[in-house]
Design a binder for this molecule. Structure first.
Ligand code: KPL
Length: 306
C-alpha cells in the first residue's frame, strides 16, 4: 500500500492525516514528539479520536523506513526547505512532493530544485490546533492540485480522488499557478487583519474591519491583473475578488486563520510569503500598495515584540 508522509504536524497536516488515515497508511513527521492518540473536531462539532503514526524526523530516519509514495509538505512556507532537508537522506529523489504552502515563494523554487514530481495544492479548508493532540476542522472549502509545469496530471488526479474519498473535496487542475495567486489574494485580505486584531475570520464582516478588507482587495485586484491572473469564478475586477474573499470569510467564519494562530503562539508569521510577492509585484508594475505595505509594517512591529 502507498504510504503518505506528512511533513509538518500543523492544523492542515493533522487534518490531512485524520482524513486519509482510514484509507491509506499515513506517517506524520514533526520536529518534536507528539501524542499518538489524536482528536479531530468536525465542522459539526463531533469529536473523533484515532491513533496516528506521529514521528519526529530523527525517529523516522533512524528507522530506515520504506520509501513513501508521496511526501506532503504542510509546514509554514518559510520552513519547507529545511523540513525537506531533514528527511532528504531517506527518500528517493523521485518521490512526488505535494506542497501545501501559502504564498508563492517556495513553490517555484522547489519545483526547480527537486528532481521528482512536485505537485502544489491550495485549499481553503479552515482548521486550527487546540493542543498537541487536537485539531478543529472549522470550515470546509475546496482544494485544487496541479503542478507548475503541467507534466503530472495523472498524479494530481489520483491524489485528488483520494482526498475527495477522504472527505476533503479536491480537484486536479491545469492552472495551479493562477489558483496559488488566488489563494494568496484571499490570504492577504484575511490573514493580516485578523492576526493584527485577534479576531476570527467571520468578524471581518463587521464595519470596523470590512473597510480595510476592501482596501486590500482593491490593491490586490490591480496587482493580479498585471500578473495575468484571472479574476475568480469567471468574474471581473475587484468585485469578483471581493466576492471570493467574502465567500471564504463566510465558509471559515469560525476559524482562527493561520496567521492569527502564529501570532497567538508568538511564532514568526507568513507575512513575507503572503504579502511579499504582492508588494514585489506592485513595485515592479508601478502600482499602489500602501495598504499592503502598512499591514506588512504592522505585522513586522508585532513580531518584533514576541
Ligand atoms: O488559508 C487560510 C488561513 O487561515 O491561512 C484561510 C482560508 C484564510 C482560512 O482561515
Amino acid at each position: 500500500m502507498t504510504t503518505h508522509w506528512i511533513l509538518g504536524p500543523g492544523a492542515i497536516g493533522r487534518l490531512l492525516a485524520h482524513s486519509m488515515a482510514p484509507f491509506i497508511e499515513v506517517v506524520v513527521i514533526g520536529r518534536r514528539a507528539l501524542p499518538t492518540r489524536q482528536v479531530l473536531t468536525t465542522p459539526k462539532g463531533e469529536s473523533h479520536s484515532q491513533n496516528l503514526n506521529m514521528l519526529t524526523a530523527a525517529q523516522l530516519t533512524a528507522d530506515a523506513p520504506a520509501p513513501p509514495g508521496f511526501v506532503h509538505i504542510t509546514t509554514k512556507a518559510m520552513a519547507a526547505e529545511a523540513a525537506l532537508e531533514s528527511i532528504v537522506d531517506v527518500i528517493p529523489p523521485t518521490t512526488p512532493l505535494v506542497l501545501w504552502l501559502n504564498g508563492f515563494y517556495a513553490q517555484p523554487r522547489l519545483t526547480q530544485l527537486w528532481p521528482g514530481p512536485v505537485l502544489c495544492a491550495t485549499t481553503t479548508q479552515g482548521a486550527y490546533l487546540t493542543g498537541d493532540d487536537s485539531v478543529v476542522h472549522a470550515g470546509r472549502g475546496p482544494t485544487f492540485i496541479g503542478d507548475l509545469g503541467n507534466q503530472h496530471a495523472g498524479l494530481a488526479e489520483s491524489l485528488a480522488a483520494l482526498l475527495s474519498e477522504a472527505g476533503l473535496t479536491a480537484t486536479a487542475v491545469s492552472d495551479i499557478r493562477q489558483r496559488l495567486w488566488q489563494k494568496l489574494a484571499v490570504n492577504a485580505a484575511i490573514n493580516p487583519i485578523v492576526a493584527l486584531n485577534g479576531v476570527r475570520n467571520g468578524k471581518l464582516r463587521d464595519k470596523a474591519y470590512a473597510g480595510r478588507v476592501i482596501a486590500v482587495v482593491n490593491e490586490v485586484a490591480a496587482i493580479l491583473q498585471q500578473e495575468g491572473v484571472a479574476a475568480p469564478n469567471g468574474g471581473e475586477g475587484e468585485s469578483a475578488w471581493l466576492a471570493l474573499v467574502w465567500q471564504v470569510v463566510e465558509n471559515t467564519a469560525n476559524n482562527k486563520a493561520s496567521m492569527l494562530q502564529d501570532v497567538e503562539a508568538k511564532r514568526p508569521t507568513e507575512r513575507e510569503a503572503i504579502l511579499g510577492p504582492l508588494i514585489e509585484s506592485a513595485v515592479r508594475h508601478g502600482l499602489r500598495c500602501e495598504v499592503l505595505k502598512r499591514l506588512d509594517g504592522e505585522l513586522a512591529l508585532l513580531e518584533a515584540r514576541f
